[in-house]
Design a protein around this ligand. Sequence first.
Ligand SMILES: [Zn+2]
Ligand SMILES: [Zn+2]
Length: 369
Amino acid sequence: MRADSGGAWVQGTHPAAGDTLRAMPPTMPVPPMTPESALLRIIHCLDRSRASQYKSKAFVRALDVVRTTDPGELDRRAGSGTLTDLDGIGDSTGNVIAEALAGDVPTYLLELESSSQVTVSDRARPYVDALRGDCHLHSTWSDGGAPIEQMAATAMSLGHEYMVQTDHSARLTVAHGLDEQRLSEQLDQIERMNTAFVEVGHHFRILAGMEVDILVDGSLDLSDEMLGRLDVVVASVHSKLRMEQQEMTERMLRAISSPHVDILGHCTGRMIGKRPPSDFDAGAVFAACAEFATAVEINCRPERLDPPRDLLRMAVDHGCWFTIDTDAHATGQLEWQGLGADRAAECQVPIDRILNTLPADELLAWTAA
Ligand SMILES: [Zn+2]
Ligand SMILES: [Zn+2]
């Protein structure tokens, strides 16, 4: 990805941009700071540093209060020191709001900016520099914590040229997966956003995608018609992860061989320290990925880091294609590509086999082929 000056986004003043570019981007806010921009940036930094959910929840709650409270009341309360009388505002969040209202960068945010930096290892650096986008991420449409607008603004600030919006499919009800109607609405929103980007001169695109569930029999949780409307399809196993080996292998092979599937998401489904990898014939699976040009995702989430090293090396030996994806569920997690890049470097994944080093048009040509 290209380094960017951080000024990649603009406040949405263009009429056609509408909601798309309104307010918010959780990049380091430029003055004048508002309570909202300060809180968004704090939430971003807490998420990227893997701070406790408990901690970031307090700031999410405060953000909610700020957004639903009359600005005049916030000002008055900041003046009289009664912000903490508001339900959902504590000492730390109250200080942040008061300092932001005074036009200062809150002390808490200043410290957090440096303490929460995500470091990129030396061996990961060439990979991170080569990456132009992220092919797997979620928004509030399914189980993500930020709307598409914020994910896009963050991706832009990181120097990405594109992102593939991949919310969950309908079967994953716990993650509020999208049925065809909602997916169709999301695709319309993405189209409007892309039009707005062009109008304001942003060289950034949101590609239409979905993380589609691989059902028990290996079929996909989306109709052929809708699959055909997507630019990039990530297919993942989320259910019945403990199937016996042959069944799981057949299930995965059927999905991998589907002409609609472009990327096999977090192939083993493991959660480090919590859930073992699924049992499948990895040789057969990676041979099929190579044969059907289905990329093997290197999932960056620290609790996944999937595939594990031995399988990743095996996929390299099979001549597979790869993507390095954050599977971000919050803006801060978009900064995690360095984790997967480090794993890719360690397992000697050739950079020219990584699809999201391609410009968007070439990636689209690849997935359409
Ligand atoms: Zn998943
Ligand atoms: Zn996901």
